[in-house]
Design a protein around this ligand. Structure first.
Ligand code: F6P
Length: 320
């Protein structure tokens, strides 16, 4: 394979630039030409494609976001869109593609592979919800961003002896809430993967107060409900007057952590190796310290992402 392309799609994640850089530099190292596709699958269909040089990816490893831009493009679910995309790739003589993103990006990758176009997926989402990998690119940066805020909220919560509900992202997954809950010493973590009882939440806050606790921090995953709805329901169980902080898109930005940059670099280089071998239809993962090559079909249709629920139990044992 002599000419490959790379795109980022779906919600951006810190470390996507590092992954693109790795694809470009490793591709050039292997004697290939590497093309960048702007705006994900939307740009692919529109033919927004350009050749990337070594210098195009200079100074990008430390930058958040994605310099290739990203887009959500549900239209790529149609066969018409997919065939148009392949037509554009062929027009540029491109023979293989690397997509960096979440499950929507993988669906696009699976469709292209089924049409005979070799595509490799790299898991890039702060939600950490792609099956077949312990960690996705962007997750580590996002949890450190959340943690910084939780530490600050703790200061003011203690000063005013208040309860805070911190709503974090994650779509339907509780990973961000779990990891930041444990790291931030939150009294309670509420995630979609574990049922909760509002009376018990209120009771835990009350017991903490009686023991002289000066604050109560609840990390709430957005997949459960909104922070404001949670506060309203909690108020029905006592005089809690919880303050709500919705961290929102700040969680998607910022310079990637060392872990995210390294993960992105490993995945990017491996994707080029696989394309060079003529392989496609695979999503990369890191299980333990080993790179995993998972079939797109397996990831999307047969595997289910589950966060590390041992962290939930751990938090109940050490932060109440
Ligand atoms: O998938 C990443 C994510 O940030 C989710 O955590 C969140 O639910 C969603 O994207 C927000 O999407 P948008 O940026 O399109 O509003």
């Amino acid at each position: 394979m002599k000419r490959i392309a790379v795109l980022t799609s779906g919600g951006d994640a810190p470390g996507m630039n590092a992954a693109v850089r790795a694809v470009v530099r490793k591709g050039l190292y292997e004697g290939m030409e590497v093309y960048g596709i702007n705006y994900g699958y939307a740009g692919l269909v529109a033919g927004d494609i350009r050749k990337l040089t070594r210098r195009d990816v200079g100074d990008k490893i430390s930058r958040g976001g994605t310099f290739l831009y990203s887009a959500r493009y549900p239209e790529f679910a149609s066969e018409e869109g997919q065939l148009k995309g392949i037509e554009q790739l062929e027009k540029f003589g491109i023979e293989g593609l690397v997509v960096i993103g979440g499950d929507g990006s993988y669906r696009g990758g699976l469709a292209l592979t089924k049409h005979g176009f070799p595509t490799i997926g790299l898991p890039g989402t702060i939600d950490n919800d792609i099956p077949g990998t312990d960690f996705c690119i962007g997750f580590d940066t996002a949890i450190n961003t959340v943690l910084d805020s939780v530490d600050k909220i703790r200061d003011t919560a203690t000063s005013h002896v208040r309860t805070f509900i911190v709503e974090v992202m994650g779509r339907n997954a509780g990973d961000i809430a779990l990891w930041t809950g444990v790291a931030g010493g939150a009294e309670q973590i509420i995630i979609p993967e574990k049922e909760f009882n509002m009376a018990e939440v209120a009771d835990t806050i009350q017991k903490g107060r009686e023991r002289g606790k000066k604050h109560s921090i609840i990390i709430l995953a957005e997949g459960v409900m909104s922070g404001n709805d949670f506060a309203k329901e909690l108020a029905e169980f006592g005089d809690h007057h919880a303050r709500v902080t919705v961290l929102g898109h700040v969680q998607r930005g910022g310079s990637p952590t060392a872990r995210d940059r390294v993960l992105a670099s490993i995945f990017g280089a491996k994707a080029v190796d696989l394309l060079k071998e003529g392989k496609g239809g695979l999503g990369l993962g890191m299980i333990g310290n080993k790179i995993a090559e998972n079939n797109f079909e397996e990831i999307l249709n047969n595997q289910k992402h589950l966060p590390d629920l041992s962290l939930y139990k751990l938090n109940q044992e050490i932060s109440y």
